[in-house]
Design a protein around this ligand. Structure first.
Ligand code: MG
Length: 372
């Protein structure tokens, strides 16, 4: 039975362009399917999570990250009785607006766009599904339901919220999104903390000795060794990480259940006006935070990662200024789009849509005299 606070696809706030209901699928299931079939979703395969795409074949990309987020989010949604399709749709779409080169790319593009309203990847994800996908005869974008779009827009500055109408309102009134969106948001955090530990070890940028200073890792490694005394290397890493993911998920489910009992929301609207209901217990929150802080210091600020991200920032900045000073360098469909969307926003859309390797190639084409 559907929980009273769960989002109900039969009672969605609907789509901007009215469409007849889908046969054999819920409205949120249809959203998920549209996201999977979008071009932006396929591009995630060649976009950086932490490591630039050509660094190695085993590292996470935005695509595998999004799939891991969806897996974790679905498990949580099912246990709690939330709408699985909506949770999955939000999880799969949450990074569609990410630039090439991960956060470095986003920061660089945001700097370039500072005089033109800035660049936020959450807002860009929404722009992708509302406007930039060109697939349907009757409308631009994917025409997703309100609830999926609400979930995709995780953060938003007050200035941007004001121009978004109903969708932006919650950032001004401090309301929450659906429980499904809250689940997808924390599933994102569980996924990246854990897979970045894995990728960090794989790349040898972080060492076991360092990681063992992080309580969450040390406890779960001890649990893995208690069960399989002789294991080491990749096997030990995986046995540790699967236990960490499991503990985080179980803690999140139990904590959220308790909050749902306490606040007893009877409708989605009551979820929206309650405090955040999905979360970790205080002790798990502290341990997860400590792991995050460790990764920031040991991995994301590792000099080899910084070298990579510095190059990436330069590529984005070079591309932006080249197109801005000479718009005729843009592919013709973007020159046309600039007439209605403005030049700077069009350049940002073009750059944000690039994969890592496309951006590197485009940079070579524009700056290397011998490149074709
Ligand atoms: Mg993410």
């Amino acid at each position: 039975m559907r929980a009273p606070w769960a989002a109900d696809p039969a009672r969605t706030r609907g789509r901007v362009h009215v469409e007849p209901p889908a046969a054999e699928r819920t409205e949120f299931g249809r959203d998920r399917d549209r996201i999977i079939h979008s071009a932006a979703f396929r591009r995630l395969e060649y976009k950086t999570q932490v490591f630039v795409n050509h660094e190695g074949d085993l590292f996470r990309t935005r695509l595998t990250h999004s799939i891991e987020v969806a897996q974790i989010a679905r498990s949580i949604a099912r246990a709690l009785g939330a709408d699985e399709d909506l949770t999955e749709a939000i999880a799969l779409a949450h990074d569609l607006g990410h630039t090439p080169f991960g956060h470095a790319g986003q920061d660089a593009l945001n700097e370039c766009m500072a005089p033109h309203g800035g660049f936020e990847h959450n807002l860009q994800s929404l722009r992708v599904v509302d406007l930039l996908e060109e697939r349907y005869g009757g409308f631009d974008g994917l025409n997703l339901t309100y609830e999926t779009r609400e979930g995709i827009l995780k953060h938003c500055s007050p200035a941007n919220a004001r121009v978004l109408g109903a969708l932006g309102e919650r950032f001004l009134t401090q309301h929450q999104p659906t429980l499904e969106a809250q689940i997808a948001n924390l599933a994102d955090e569980i996924a990246y903390n854990n897979h970045d530990v894995d990728d960090g070890l794989r790349s040898e940028l972080i060492e076991f000795a360092q990681l063992r200073t992080v309580p969450l890792y040390a406890e779960h490694e001890a649990m893995a060794l208690a069960q399989y005394a002789g294991i080491s290397g990749r096997r030990l890493v995986h046995e540790t990480i699967r236990r960490m993911i499991n503990s985080l998920i179980v803690d999140l489910i139990e904590t959220t259940r308790a909050r749902l009992r306490e606040h007893a929301p009877q409708t989605v609207e009551e979820v929206r006006s309650a405090p955040p209901l999905v979360g970790f217990s205080p002790s798990m929150q502290a341990r997860s935070q400590a792991l995050k802080a460790f990764l920031l210091h040991a991995l994301y600020r590792h000099y080899r990662v910084v070298r990579m991200t510095t190059k990436a920032r330069r590529i984005i900045a070079d591309l932006f200024s080249a197109f801005e000073s000479e718009p005729r360098l843009l592919p013709s469909q973007y020159q046309d789009r600039a007439q209605t969307q403005g030049l700077a926003r069009t350049i940002a859309d073009y750059i944000a849509g690039m994969t890592d390797r496309y951006a590197i190639r485009e940079h070579r084409r524009l700056f290397d005299i011998e490149a074709a």
